[in-house]
Design a protein around this ligand. Structure first.
Ligand SMILES: Cc1ncc(COP(=O)(O)O)c(C=O)c1O
Length: 377
C-alpha cells in the first residue's frame, strides 16, 4: 500500500526533527569517536548504489571492480597486493585471526593487553586462546617480552596495533616482524586507526614505523571509515599472500559466485563503491595533508591543556590526547557531555580521551579549551 502524501510528509518531518537532535561531526562537539564526517563524493556514491548487494559480485560487478581497484591502489602504500573490503576494524580483525587459524590449525593468539577488544571477540567466536602480554597503555609492547611469550605459548598469530584505541600508541612493528619471521608465526598489524596516518607521519620523520606488508607482516587492517573519510561501514584488510586471503572465503552454492568472502552476507555494496571514490577524491596528498594538520592540532591541544591548572596531559604519538582533571576526575566526562562535548573515556588510565579526526577545525578545539579553562579557573 502506497503512502498518502500527508503520511509521507509526516514521516519526513519526523526524520528531519530527529536529524536536528543528532550530533554531527562538522559541528565540532564529537571529540572522542574515531569516526568522521564522510566525504561528499563518498556519500553521493553510496546513495547512488544504495540498492547494491556487496555480497553478489556477479550481479553487481562494480562492487568487485571497486574493491580490487581500492586494494591495488591504496595497497601500494603498504606494499600490499592482496586484500578485501570489510565492514570495519572488527570484521578485519576477526578475519585476520580466522585466516591464521585456518592456515595452521593452531588456535593460540598472542597480543599486548592494549589490543582492541575485537581481538577478544574474535577469540571468543573462533574458540581460540588469547594470551595477553601485560603492557602499559602509554607504551608500545616490549619486543623482548613479546619474544618470551612467543617461545612460551607457541602461537599461530601475533597481533600488534599501529595506533591503539585508547592512547594512539604504535607498537614496534618492524621489530616484532623480525621476531615473527624468526619463529615463523603470522603477524597481524591492526592499523584500523593509524593506517591512514602513519605512512605520512613516517614520511615526515614524525614516526619511526613505516607500515609495510611483507618481511614478517602478514596482514594489516586499515579502516576507511576512520581517517579514510569514507562513509561507514568500510575497512580494508590486506594480506601478504593469496592463500591467507582465500582463508576469509566460504562456499555459498546458491549465490551466483558460489562463494562469499568476509563475515557478512548481504552487505552494502554502495559502501565499497563509496570508499573507492572517496579515495579517488582525497588521494595520497589529501590524506597526507589531513595527517599533518591533525598532528598540528594535537600539538596545539597538548600545549594548551598543559597550561590549565589541575589538568594532567599524557604524551601523545598520534592525534589522540589523553588527559585527567585533578579537580573533577571522571565527573568531567558527564559535565562535558551535558555541554555538548562528546569525549570518550580512557578507562585503563581513569582519564578522558580526545581523538582528533579529519573534520576537526581549530575553532572546535578552542571552544573545548575555553570550557575547560573556565571549569578549572
Ligand atoms: C585499533 C582499533 N582496531 C579495531 C577497531 C574496531 O573498528 P570498528 O569499530 O570499525 O569495528 C578500532 C575502533 O576504534 C580500533 O581503534
Amino acid at each position: 500500500m502506497g503512502l498518502s502524501m500527508s503520511a509521507y510528509d509526516e514521516l519526513i518531518r519526523e526524520i528531519n526533527e530527529l536529524y536536528e537532535k543528532t550530533p554531527r561531526h562538522i559541528d565540532g562537539g564529537i571529540l572522542g569517536s574515531m569516526t568522521t564526517w564522510p566525504h561528499q563524493i563518498g556519500v553521493y556514491a553510496f546513495m547512488k548504489f544504495i540498492h547494491v548487494n556487496g555480497n553478489d559480485p556477479v550481479l553487481f560487478p562494480i562492487v568487485k571492480e571497486c574493491e580490487e581497484k581500492l586494494v591495488r591502489e591504496l595497497g601500494s602504500l603498504y606494499n600490499a597486493e592482496y586484500g578485501l573490503y570489510t565492514s570495519g576494524g572488527t570484521e578485519s580483525n576477526i578475519l585476520a585471526v580466522l585466516a591464521a587459524i585456518r592456515a595452521t590449525g593452531n588456535r593460540v593468539v598472542v597480543a599486548p593487553s592494549t589490543v582492541h577488544k575485537s581481538i577478544d571477540k574474535a577469540c571468543i567466536l573462533l574458540n581460540c586462546k588469547l594470551v595477553k602480554i601485560p603492557t602499559n597503555p602509554l607504551k608500545p609492547v616490549d619486543p623482548v617480552l613479546l619474544e618470551k611469550y612467543i617461545r612460551e605459548y607457541n602461537p599461530s598469530l601475533v597481533v600488534v596495533t599501529a595506533g591503539t584505541t585508547e592512547t594512539g600508541v604504535v607498537d614496534p612493528v618492524e621489530e616484532v616482524a623480525e621476531i615473527a619471521l624468526k619463529y615463523n608465526v603470522y603477524l597481524h598489524v591492526d592499523a584500523a586507526y593509524g593506517g591512514l596516518l602513519i605512512p605520512f607521519l613516517n614520511k615526515h620523520g614524525l614516526i619511526k614505523t613505516s607500515l609495510k606488508i611483507g618481511r614478517g607482516v602478514t596482514s594489516i587492517s586499515v579502516d576507511m571509515h576512520k581517517n579514510g573519510v569514507a562513509p561507514i561501514p568500510s575497512s580494508i584488510l590486506f594480506f601478504s599472500n593469496s592463500e591467507l586471503l582465500e582463508n576469509t572465503c566460504f562456499e555459498m552454492e546458491y549465490m551466483p559466485a558460489g562463494r562469499s568472502c568476509g563475515l557478512l552476507g548481504t552487505r552494502p555494496g554502495g559502501a565499497v563503491i563509496a570508499s573507492y571514490y572517496t579515495w579517488r577524491a582525497i588521494g595520497l596528498k589529501g590524506y597526507e595533508e589531513n595527517a599533518l594538520r591533525m598532528m598540528n592540532y594535537t600539538k596545539y591541544l597538548y600545549e594548551e591543556l598543559s597550561k590549565i591548572r589541575d589538568v594532567e596531559v599524557y604524551p601523545y604519538t598520534l592525534p589522540i590526547i589523553v588527559f585527567k582533571s585533578k579537580r573533577y576526575g571522571l565527573e568531567l566526562y558527564k559535565i562535558l557531555w551535558s555541554k555538548g562535548f562528546y569525549l570518550y573515556k580512557a578507562p585503563s588510565l581513569n582519564a578522558l580521551r580526545i581523538v582528533l579526526m579529519p573534520h576537526h577545525r581549530r575553532e572546535h578545539l578552542d571552544r573545548l579549551l575555553g570550557v575547560l579553562r573556565e571549569l578549572h579557573s
